[in-house]
Design a protein around this ligand. Structure first.
Ligand SMILES: Cc1ncc(COP(=O)(O)O)c(C=O)c1O
Length: 439
């Protein structure tokens, strides 16, 4: 194993990171296998967050590595503009087959952010093609995270990601988020309280007029803002209001697709089918960047009414449906199916739930919430300074051998779907010690 530390960390401007603090005390990993990373100094780190909610089948899967290598040798690149290669079609078919009925058309991107931008653009173009060009308003949700593009941060609801970039999309509004420490703290699975908050969409329809609203985008379970689990009945209600008013519903499933909630998608898990779905991360088990906007037949059909020979959608990326990413995606889907990993996640979820709720009563913990193999542990901010305590817990946990995540003052856990009970116990024990170690 090459354990050399790069001698200069200056040039790489790291995303979403305190660069100066990191570079003063770096955490560098050089190997990943199964549920573990290894650091430059040879320490083994239990991956409690599947990398970044993405390495669902665990690290170092030879089947995926071999598929990537074979594809790069056979056909390294082909455009998807007017020429194409078979594996992109094969992967699109496989993805659509595992999604709820009607979600049959897959527009490939290279990331979740691009999947979101693509989905938003498709909804606008859809309404225009459908004779309702006045529908231009996009509705997101407070505490939503939809990636880092201008579209995503505009509909997104994380203040830190928006406040420095004044020139956001203008025709935007937001629903309230569904979390309430007062009403649903320490919920296990879907909270009972909060379905009524979907009714805020009715207020926006009343305020703006349905004829101005193109789409609503939500994460069925919001991961990046601290694991906000949809209240019982909430998504059903959103679906019903959208349908009634001709508004397209987009589920951003960049985190939730491919097993995180114990099913192929959150749509399947909750029995609510959106008009469009954004995916990425687990699609290739994170080995090669790839995402997609998946479009329902009814939406797609409107585009296919364009005159013969016309380009139906002026949108795409050089690497849409990249051959190496497609090969990685096919190999990842094979693993998920062969090893029954979505069911495995569902089977492990109750054990995981008990383990994380076992942290109730630890210092600083004011809420714990979970669903599938995802959990958020919310801490009391120290002295009104957001994130500081959570950052220290994160650093402490890494020192003690576990990678976890935090946003604001919420710690997040999302172990690979191949984790054993023992790994869950280990990560919970490390988090407990880290909580006890910080003040
Ligand atoms: C729900 C959601 N949407 C979009 C994104 C952005 O994906 P990417 O970082 O691949 O652009 C993320 C990333 O965490 C996400 O969680």
């Amino acid at each position: 194993m090459d354990t050399a530390i790069p001698n200069d960390l200056e040039a790489f401007w790291m995303p979403f990171s305190p660069n100066r603090a990191f570079k003063a005390d770096p955490r560098l990993v050089v190997k990943g296998q199964g549920v573990h990373y290894w650091t430059t100094d040879g320490r083994r780190i239990l991956d409690g967050v599947s990398g970044l909610w993405c390495v669902n089948a665990g690290h170092g899967r030879p089947e995926i590595a071999e598929a990537i290598s074979a594809q790069a040798l056979a056909l390294d690149y082909a455009p998807s503009y007017q020429v194409a290669h078979p594996k992109a079609f094969e992967l699109a078919n496989r993805v659509s087959a595992m999604m709820p009925g009607g979600l049959d058309h897959v527009f490939f991107t290279n990331s979740g952010s691009e999947a979101v931008d693509s989905a938003l653009k498709i909804t606008l173009a859809y309404h225009k093609a459908n004779g309702q060009a006045s529908r231009t308003k996009l509705i997101g949700r407070s505490r939503g995270f939809h990636g880092a593009g201008f579209g995503g941060i505009s509909v997104g609801g994380m203040q830190a990601n928006r406040k420095d970039y004044g020139n956001l999309l203008s025709d935007i509004d937001h629903l309230p988020h569904t979390h309430s420490l007062e009403h649903n703290a320490f919920s296990k699975g879907q909270p009972e309280w909060g379905a009524h908050l979907a009714g805020a969409l009715e207020d926006l329809v009343y305020l703006h007029g349905a004829e101005t609203i193109a789409a609503v985008i939500v994460e069925p379970m919001a991961g990046s803002t601290g694991v906000l689990v949809p209240p019982v009945g909430y998504l059903e209600r959103l679906r019903e209001i959208c349908t009634r008013h001709g508004i397209l519903l987009i589920f951003d499933e960049v985190i939730t697709a491919f097993g995180r909630l114990g099913a192929g998608s959150a749509a399947e898990r909750f029995g609510v089918t959106p008009d469009l779905m954004c995916i990425a991360k687990g699609l290739t088990n994170a080995t090669v960047p790839m995402g997609a906007a998946i479009v329902h037949d009814d939406v797609h059909a409107v585009f296919m009414d364009a005159p013969d020979g016309a380009t139906e959608l002026y949108h795409g990326y050089t690497y849409s449906g990249h051959p190496v990413a497609s090969a990685a995606g096919l190999a990842a889907l094979d693993i998920y199916a062969r090893e029954g990993l979505f069911q495995r996640a569902a089977d492990l979820a109750p054990y995981f739930e008990d383990a994380v709720h076992g942290l109730r009563g630890c210092p600083h913990v004011i809420d714990i919430r979970n669903i599938g193999l995802a959990a958020g542990i919310e801490l009391e901010p120290r002295g009104g300074v957001p994130s500081k305590r959570a950052h220290e817990v994160f650093v402490e946990a890494f020192k003690s051998g576990a990678l976890i995540r935090y946003t604001g003052d919420v710690l997040a856990l999302s172990p690979p779907l191949i984790a054993e009970k023992d790994h869950i116990d280990q990560v919970a024990a490390i988090v407990k010690s880290a909580l006890e170690a910080v003040d």
